[in-house]
Design a binder for this molecule. Sequence first.
Ligand SMILES: [Zn+2]
Ligand SMILES: [Zn+2]
Length: 349
Amino acid sequence: MIKTKGYAAMAAKAALGPFSFDRRERRENDVVIDIKYCGICHSAIHQVRDERGGSIFPMVPGHEIAGVVASIGGKVTKFKAGDKVGVGCFVDSCRKCPECRSGIEQYCGEGLVLTYNGREHDGTPTFGGYSESIVVDENYVLRMPDDLPLAACAPLLCAGITLYSPLMHWQAGPGKKVAIIGLGGLGHMGVKLAHALGAETTVLSQSLKKQSDGKRLGADHFHATSDPQTFARLQRYFDLIINTVSAEMDWNQYLGLLKVDGSMVVVGAPEKQIPIGAFPLIMGRRSLAGSAIGGIQETQEMLDFCGKRNVVSDIEITPIQKVNEAYERVLKSDVRYRFVIDMASLKAS
Ligand SMILES: [Zn+2]
Ligand SMILES: [Zn+2]
């Protein structure tokens, strides 16, 4: 076993603190990664607080992992020591089901192994990226862009792919009008990526507070959803709306902003059930859909695209000792736009 230092929550709602644990011994297909940075994703806060049930403790969160290959197993062919690599939301899947075979492992129905708060196929709990190292099968390791700062690339592994995958699936590009609801960790990646893909990009935000930021990130238009005029003005305007917001809102109003055949895609996760009227869907042949992260191949495509087009996340770097404070600030949306933990700070713990 490989002795590893990290930060864990020992029970639901407990603050995170220093924690030592064992990583598995490297197998022949494994890559051992020295973790340099790990993004703080909103979903970790829900899991640490066990808000959706079934959380496994102790829990070492973190699934936006960026680091450098320390060593490789004898059968590893894709990576070598010193390579800049990343690990996203899952570290294994069943590899046999139709979804795994067609490269959409994130929808594996048989045995998706989440990077943390999950279990390996042998039942061992998984521990995530708030730690000094991780051991992962090379088929679930990503190559990070060489010429971009590694810290700012970490959030691409969850926030980035969460937006890239629906943008690609619903063919955002030149001539398409795309709206992103909410300008937070997910939304800001949506704006950057939709803009880089060549779509006309609009932010729909509660107020105009972040307007200048939105434009700087690549938005062509920015509208306040607190202004009823916004909904009157933009009727039947968009080909695609991506909803990154988990707060309550009137979804039927937003469906009205779609053109005929337009789609609204949910990537945020509201806690309450959402009342949807049939007419906004029927009268316009509109679709309401959902989307979760992306498969390994698509995540690699996204990273390569970001490398070519210079797309990174806007980040604030924090030492691991301030992770609990960072969580509080994430809950208050007081970060522009993603916290990334500098894992070198672990040595001081
Ligand atoms: Zn995430
Ligand atoms: Zn599968």
